[in-house]
Ligand binder design. Structure first.
Ligand code: ATP
Length: 455
């Protein structure tokens, strides 16, 4: 419900109370100056009215609560409850709800990214074995058949380890829908363990984590190097890892280094990591990079592969090919220029070199332009979007900015987290929230479409 409707509903409620004539003047004065309807919670049949100060809350609750509660029931239905609290209390309630929702999202979701599949991975000659092994693991119904457990994949950043990990998960899901798969970034796993150790009942919560993971048939752990210096996390991980191996459940692990170079993992980890199949992922060669680039161009509705000259493809592959993430970043920047170019303009080397004339400035401006646009739209400060403020309108604007950063710039969840100074699950929560709103609210969808057009 938008702000105007909330204002109107609250006015309808307090105007139709059966309040005594002697009190009416003071009642209206107080209610109109201090209270506002913050939310109609249809799921829990409850409305939240907030006031700024605690004394206002007491005066209203002590003197007028029953009148307002009766009027609320008349207006919204017999089962509706009224809660009059301070704005700060309301924010605290929402924060707790948000945390609970985040845990539920994390537990329920397999976290697989459908975008990453084997058929969108271009295989260079040097990565053929890796690709075949990953595919064989995904197609095998029983991990003991292959004995490649764990499958340990290592290589430099941005070369496709995460892509392969999700591809394995998506392929298993396609062929064996009954299997339960879990993708987790090691760092996030570490955060969950840390929260359990900070809780009141450590043993119970650690056991819960173990039980939750033990339910899965296949576990995909990304960037394991991030937990090598986290003692408690490693202990919990060790138990889960052993459980998977001992029960012939497939586990796949990625890292930016070969197991033997992971110095902060004790020997017992290294021997276990190397107990299955260890494969390195290599950077794409020039030909593969060009193929990856062409695939990404074809998949992007704003780009037309026919407008690209061979030389421009080579130019981009040459300059950004050492890391596929750089290549994707380059394409994102290119899109900004292409949508502003003439329809029939060829994307040749001249065009391209102009686009990449001043790399750093351009990268900054595209993220900044999202923050700037959203701040303007919601009439708030750009600084607020990147702040820790829990004010409702700022949270909405921040969630939209996070969503647009993902949609427009295609940043990974971790990269967005770094930009907004938030953890991975908060970013996932924000994106889910906006996605849900987009599906449920046509008006909201128009607002987002309009913002996208302006970017
Ligand atoms: N061979 C490839 N074919 C198609 N896309 C690729 C290929 N290699 C990488 N990519 C794409 O590059 C991007 C970065 O890849 P990915 O996130 O899998 O890298 P990574 O090795 O896991 O990096 P990091 O260690 O930083 O997590 C992804 O969007 C992925 O789809």
């Amino acid at each position: 419900m938008d702000v105007n409707n909330l204002i109107k509903t609250w006015k309808d409620i307090y105007s139709s109370t059966n309040i005594n004539e002697d009190w009416r003047y003071n009642f209206f004065k107080l209610i109109e100056s201090s209270s506002k309807l913050a939310e109609i919670d249809q799921k829990n049949n409850c409305i939240f009215v907030t006031v700024n100060a605690t004394f206002e809350k007491h005066i209203i609750n002590d003197n007028f609560y029953s009148f307002l509660a009766d009027s609320t029931k008349r207006k919204l239905g017999e089962n509706y409850k009224l809660k009059i609290i301070t704005e700060q209390e309301y924010e605290e309630i929402k924060e707790i709800e948000e945390k609970q929702e985040k845990i539920e999202i994390e537990i329920k979701s397999d976290s697989l990214n459908k975008r990453f599949t084997f058929d969108t991975f271009i295989v260079s000659d040097k990565n053929v074995l890796l690709y075949k092994a990953a595919m064989a693991i995904a197609l095998s119904n029983d991990s003991s058949n292959l004995n490649w457990n764990p499958f340990f994949l290592h290589g430099k950043s941005g070369l496709g380890k995460t892509h392969i990990l999700h591809s394995i998960g998506n392929e298993i899901k396609k062929n064996f829908p009954e299997k339960r798969i879990k993708y987790a970034e090691a760092k996030d796993f570490g955060d969950i363990v840390m929260r359990a150790f900070e809780s009141d009942d450590i043993n119970k919560n650690i056991q819960n984590i173990f039980n939750e993971y033990a339910k899965y048939d296949c576990l995909l752990i990304d960037d394991v190097q991030f937990i090598q210096s986290r003692k408690k996390t490693k202990e919990v991980f060790f138990n889960i890892f052993n459980f998977f191996i001992n029960n012939n459940k497939q586990i796949v692990v990625t890292s930016d280094q070969d197991p033997k170079e992971l110095k902060d993992f004790e020997e017992r980890f290294i021997t276990r990591f190397k107990g299955g199949l260890t494969v390195r992922i290599y950077p794409p060669d020039q030909k593969t990079t060009e193929e990856i680039l062409k695939l990404k161009i074809r998949k992007n509705e704003k780009l037309d592969i026919n407008k690209f000259t061979n030389e421009s493809i080579k130019w981009i592959a040459n300059n950004f090919g050492e890391n596929v993430r750089f290549l994707e970043g380059a394409l994102n920047r290119l899109i900004l220029y292409v949508i502003n170019s003439k329809n029939d303009e060829k994307i040749n080397v001249n065009f391209i070199s102009e686009v990449f004339e001043d790399l750093d400035i351009e990268e900054k401006s595209s993220f900044d332009s999202i923050i700037n646009l959203v701040a303007k739209k919601y009439g708030i400060n750009q600084k607020d979007i990147l702040s820790k403020s829990r004010k409702k309108d700022i949270i909405i604007a921040r969630n939209i900015a996070i969503f647009l950063t993902r949609e427009i710039l295609h940043y990974s969840l971790n990269d967005i987290g770094r930009k907004f100074n938030k953890d991975h699950s908060t970013i996932m929560y924000a994106i889910n929230k906006i996605d849900k709103n987009l599906n449920e609210n046509e008006e909201f969808k128009e607002v987002i479409d309009d913002l996208k057009l302006k970017l």
